[in-house]
Design a protein around this ligand. Structure first.
Ligand code: MG
Length: 347
């Protein structure tokens, strides 16, 4: 397989603000793997919270490009085996690992002539519907964002401000859609328990990551006493975190870049199910390359947040589309991704 790396600057439709900061342009790394004239694509965006930069990801991937040139995907070497083989070299950089794994699954499906979900024996039935995410802004802007996507059935509202309940009360005046809230580590245990009761009566279905990631003792109390389900995001990054989340959360939000791709995500889903945890997959502000990979897991999930490409002013790829929260799959093999732009070539 031949490895190619390119970078893009993804322009956002609106400034996106969460409890930790704001973003107008999202840099992203696109991995291309080529074998026998077929090309698979994977993605990892940069992320300051997780320390993922274009440079750190490209250095990690360039270090395995020679090894990749020796590999040929086949019935006896699927992307999961490739992930295991390269894990010793890439495990310190799960974002790079993710971009490569997504490209390998897209390529493998294209070589086999089947969508990835079908390779895994899944069926596209009873699929969860994605939320549309509304970042923190002044009240008028948040209402305008909701109204711009008024036909979506679920909204995920970013919170962690001094007036969180007022935000939800105001948004509720404008829609009957389901709400989810994500405090991105911005609340205390007391605030979470107090807010949960009020939010339940405002049509909120769950709370994502209310407390800072390491506050496990407080989280146990919140899990036991909250009237709303609590879903781990920052507290659940990789496979090793899933078992610890049982008893501290009601479910986990897996992100492909946090855990290192589709291969470990499938393992985490199986482990979470065995522990009785609900399972969500979330996205970053990313292009249709990454979103199309998430779509392959959809039959396995309770909840999904895959509006990343919808948040962009301009996309760089075609593949799976998300329309009013509903996933529309192309009739193409792999993840169905094709690039429609060229980025800045790194390798
Ligand atoms: Mg989150």
């Amino acid at each position: 397989m031949q490895l190619t790396l390119q970078t893009f600057e993804l322009p956002l439709r609106h400034t996106f603000t969460i409890a930790r900061g704001s973003l107008d342009v999202q840099p992203t790394l696109i991995v291309e793997l080529e074998q026998a004239g077929r090309r698979g694509y994977g993605e990892a965006t940069t992320n300051s919270y997780y320390g993922a930069t274009l440079e750190s990801m490209s250095v990690a991937l360039q270090a395995v490009s020679g090894q990749l040139a020796q590999y040929t995907l086949s019935d006896s070497l699927d992307p999961a085996q490739l992930w295991n083989d390269l894990a010793p070299s890439l495990q310190a950089n799960p974002f790079a690992q993710c971009a490569l794994d997504l490209a390998a699954w897209d390529l493998f499906g294209k070589l086999q002539g089947l969508p990835v979900w079908q390779l895994w024996g899944l069926e596209l039935e009873r699929l969860p519907v994605s939320n549309y995410t509304i970042g923190i802004a002044d009240m008028g802007t948040m209402v305008a964002k909701l109204q711009e996507f008024a036909d979506w059935p679920i909204f995920k509202i970013k919170l962690g401000t001094p007036h969180d309940l007022e935000i939800i009360r105001e948004l509720r005046r404008h829609t009957t859609a389901t709400f989810r809230v994500d405090a991105n580590c911005g609340w205390t245990a007391e605030e979470t328990l107090r807010n949960a009761a009020a939010l339940q009566s405002l049509g909120v279905e769950f709370i994502e990551q209310p407390l800072p990631a390491e506050q496990w003792a407080a989280m146990r109390r919140v899990q036991a006493e909250s009237v709303l389900p609590i879903i781990a995001d920052e507290s659940c990054q990789a496979s090793a975190d899933v078992a610890r989340c049982a008893g501290h959360f009601h479910g986990i939000n897996i992100k492909l870049v946090k855990c290192g791709g589709l291969t470990p995500a499938r393992r985490m889903i199986a482990e979470a199910r065995a522990l009785g945890l609900q399972v969500m997959v979330g996205c970053m502000t990313e292009s249709t390359v990454g979103i199309s990979a998430i779509a392959q897991l959809l039959p396995l999930l309770d909840y999904v947040d895959m509006d990343g490409a919808v948040l962009l002013a301009q996309d760089i790829a075609t593949g799976v589309r998300v329309e009013r929260g509903v996933c529309v799959y192309p009739e193409l093999p792999g993840s169905g991704v094709e690039l429609v732009q060229r980025g800045q070539r790194l390798l």
